[in-house]
Design a protein around this ligand. Structure first.
Ligand code: GDP
Length: 196
């Protein structure tokens, strides 16, 4: 898939009413620092469209990226962000849960996990939330694959699958924002889903 146009028409805070886009939405969830912004930037071929952790003053928002006027990438705030207090966190959790269960245009939910880490409690909870809210397992993107030796790839993926308790059909795509490996595979999958 060629990225012909990217726009950011909706940026939502915790109190926002989420937009009705009327287009298929691919929702991105993941722990803070998992590499979600780098994934978005690599996909969209924009150096710093999504603000990465190194950007000062990064605020927590839900960003709706319109791609090729055909679909949206919906970037949820990273969870487990140390500076978010419990009251604020609870508000976000409620908004995200409601969106996942009631969002009318959600096509797929994508959970990003770090290749070098065993999924923690929050990751497991997010996997279960997605399953409960949408009725489907998310597509899992395993980030920062370039940080592992080739010989460790298969083992890392297997361990993540086991820890999640994911079915054998749960799709896992190894990805690196450094080498861009996995980018084409993901975009081809989006293309296929959009044509179905
Ligand atoms: P976010 O908080 O999930 O949006 O994470 P970021 O995209 O800001 O990434 C967090 C850190 O991991 C940054 O220092 C990135 O440069 C680094 N990072 C993200 N993706 C990759 C990757 O594929 N390979 C490597 N080596 N580093 C990455």
């Amino acid at each position: 898939m060629l990225i012909r146009s990217v726009d950011l028409p909706y940026v939502c805070g915790v109190k926002s009413v989420l937009p009705k886009t009327g287009k298929p939405e691919f929702v991105l969830a993941g722990r803070s620092n998992v590499g979600k912004s780098s994934f978005v930037n690599a996909l969209l071929q924009r150096k710093s469209f999504a603000r990465t952790s190194s950007t000062p003053g990064k605020t927590r928002t839900i960003n709706f990226y319109a791609v090729n006027d055909a679909f949206f990438l919906v970037d949820l705030p990273g969870y487990g962000y140390a500076k978010t207090g419990p009251v604020e966190q609870e508000k976000w959790d409620r908004l995200i849960r409601r969106y996942l269960s009631e969002g009318e245009d959600i096509e797929e939910v994508i959970l990003l996990l770090d290749s070098r880490r065993v999924p923690n409690e929050m990751d497991l909870q997010m996997f279960q939330w997605i399953l409960a809210a949408t009725g489907y397992e998310p597509i899992v993107i395993i980030t920062k694959m370039d940080k592992l030796k080739r010989s460790q790839h298969a083992k890392a993926i297997k361990e993540i699958r086991e820890k999640l308790g994911a079915s054998k059909d749960c799709m896992m795509i190894p990805f690196s924002a450094e080498t861009k490996s996995g980018r084409e595979e993901f975009l081809e999958l989006v293309d296929k889903i959009l044509r179905e």
